[in-house]
Design a protein. Sequence first.
Length: 733
Amino acid sequence: MTFVWLTVAALLLIAGALAAGSLPRVDLRIEERVLIGIVATILVGSALTYLLTLVAGLGVATVLGGSALTVLAFAAPSWRTPASAVAVWTGGWGALMAPEQRRHRLGLGFTALASTVVFIMLFAHTLGTDAAGNLNAGFQTVWADWSQHLSTASSFSVAHNLPPQNPLFSGQDLRYPFLPDFQSATLMVLGASPPLALALPGALLAVCITLLITVLAVRLGAGLVVGALAAAICLVGGGLGFTGILADACLHHGFGAAQCSWSGLAAHPGDIPSIVAGTIHDLPGLVAAQPRAYDGLLTPASVQPLHNQQWYTPLFAWWLPQRSILYGFSGALAALVLVLAAVRSPRRGYESFALAGLLLGLMPLIHIHTLIAMAIVAVVLAARWRHRGWLVAAAVTVVVATPRLVSLVGGPHGSAADGNVFPTVEPGWMYLADAARPVLSFGSLVSGVGGLVRAVLTPQYWGFWIANTGVALPLCAVVALAVALRRVPGAIGTAALRVRSLFADDLVSVALAFMAVFVVANLVVFQSWDWDNTKLFAYWYLGAALLVATLVVRWWRRWWRGAVAAVTVSTVLLTGLLVLVRLLPWTPPQDSVGGPYSTATTADAQLAAHVAAATPSNAVFLTEGKPNDPVLTLGGRTAVMGYYGWLWSYGTDFASRPQDVRTMLEGCSTQKRSECAVFGLLRAYRVDFAEIDDRIGDAGVFDTQVNVSWWASQGFPVVARSDHVTVYDVRGA
C-alpha cells in the first residue's frame, strides 16, 4: 500500500498547491503561483497535520486527513467564486504562452529542468542503502546533521513522540524546530523509507528555492538570467579560497614556498614567467585530484588555504545537510514574493499579506533564524512601501508564532558553566578569532555598536569578508553609499547616481533590506555557536547575489567591462565550482566530497528494529552519545543525553548530566554494588535500558572509557544484541 498512500499524498499536494496558488488576488505570474502554492501547502500542511495528530495520533488516516484539511483550508476562501480561481490559472497560463514570452518560457524551463536534475542527483546521494543493507550518507556534513534529523523523525514515526519530548535529552520538551522532521515522519508513516522521507521534500524545496530566486529577480526588474545566476551564487558562492590551488600547483611543480607566495613573486619578478608556466602545467592534475578543501569546510585551520575561513560552500554547509533552512528559506521567499506583489497591486491584497504572515508565523517551528531575518527585512520594506497590509501580515505572524515563541523564550539559554549562553554580542562576527562575546544586554549592545564601527574601519575586517565572500560585501557597501550620497551636489552625487542607475529601483530596495540583516548579524549572535549566524547571513547573501548577478549580466558584453564582470563573478563562484569538481567520478576516493559515510550497518538496523518492537515507545536509554546511534536514528527511542555537540549548540543547560552519564557508562569496577553510584543515577534519570557499544572510538562518542566488561558482568537481562552492541534492561536496577 506504500505506493498508493504516497500517490494520494502527492495528489493532495498538487490540489493544495492549486488552491493555495489561487488564493492571492494580486498580479502574480503563473510560475509564482505554482511555487508559492507548493511551499505553502508543504509548510501549512505539515502544521495542520501536526495539530491533528495531537488529537488523533499519528497514522495514515491523520497524515492524509491533515493534507485534505489543508486543501480545504486553502480552497474555502474561493468556494463562492470558483470561476475566478479557475480564471487565475487559465489567465496565467495564457500569459505565459504568449508569443512575446517565448524567451522567458525557455529560460524558465531550462532553469527548472537543470535544477531538478541537479537536485535529484544530489539528494539521491544524501542517504541511501547499499547492496549489503548498510545505511550510508553521501556527504560528511549530511552524515553529521541528518543523524539528528533522522532521530527526530524516527521519534515521531516509530515512537509516536507526541507532543514531542526531546529524543536527545530526556525529560525536556523538544525546543528544536521540529516541523521539517515531523513532515518527513509523516512520509515514513505512509511507508516511505527514511532516506526517501528525508531526501524527497528537501529536493523539492531546493528546486523551489532556485526557481523562487529566479522569479524574484524577474519581479524586481533584474531579469531571468540575473535570477538564475543569483541562484547559482546562493548555492555555491564563496570567496578567494580557490587561490590556494594556485599555490598548491606551484609547489607541486617543484618551486619553493617562498617562490609560490605573492610576496615572493613581487620580490623576484624575473621568475614570474617560469613560475606561472609551471603552475599552469600542474593545475589540471590538481583540479582533478584536489589535496584539500579550498572552501575550508571540515578542514583544520592550519590546512585551510586562507586565514580564518568561515564561509563554506553553501550547498554542502547549509542546503544539503541543514534541512530546516530549506523549509525556512523557501517560506521566506514565498512570503517576499507575495508582499512585493501586494504592495504594487491596485487591489488591497490583504489575503496575500495574511498568507505571508502565516508562512512566517510558522517559522518558530521551522527555522527561527528565518523569522529573525524576515522581521528585519519586513521593517525596512514597510518603511519603503507604505501599506496597511503590513499590519495584517504582522498580526497573523504574531498570532501564529506567539505560542511557540513563549515556549522558546521561557526555555533554557545555555549556561556559563557550559560556555553556551546566548544571545551574545560579537561585533564583526568572527573576523577576530576567539573574540569576547558578552551576553546581550543594553550595555553590551551599545558597546557592541561602537565595536562594530571600529571594526568596519580596519583592513582586517574587510580582508576577512573579501577572503570569505569575494566581492559581495564591497559591492553591497558601494551600492549602500550610492543610495546615501545620490542627493549630494557635485561630482560625488553624480557618481552615486551612476552607480545607482546600474540596478533596478525595487532590487536596490530589497537588497538594502537584506543588508540590514547583515548589520544585525554582525552584531548579535542568536545561538550558542556563533558560526550559526550564517543562517542569517544567508539572507544577506541573497541580496548580494542579486546585485553581483545584475552587474555581471549588465557588463558581460561590454568590451573591457566584460573582463571586469568575469573577475567579479570568479571571486564568488570559483571556490564553489572547485568543490563541485570533487563530486566527479574520476576524483580519487580520499579526495572526494562524497562518501560513503556509515550511518547504520545492517546489524545496527536489525538491532534498532528489534529494540523498537521489544521496548516501550517512551523508554529512556542510556547511550554513548554517537550522532548515528541506531537506537535513536532508527529505533526512535529517547536518550538520557544524545550527541553533546548538537545539544551544546542548541543552548542546553546540562547541569550535572554529562558527568552523571560518564559515571553510569564507566561503571564501578573498584566499588561494591552497595557503594556504586550507577544504580542511583539510573533511577534518578528514569533509565529503562542501557545501550553499550564497544565501538568507543567512533566519531562523537561522549565517553571513551565505557566499561563494557563491567556492564556485561552485572546480570542485567539482555533485550537485544548485535556484533558490537548489547542492550540491557535496567528497570530493575
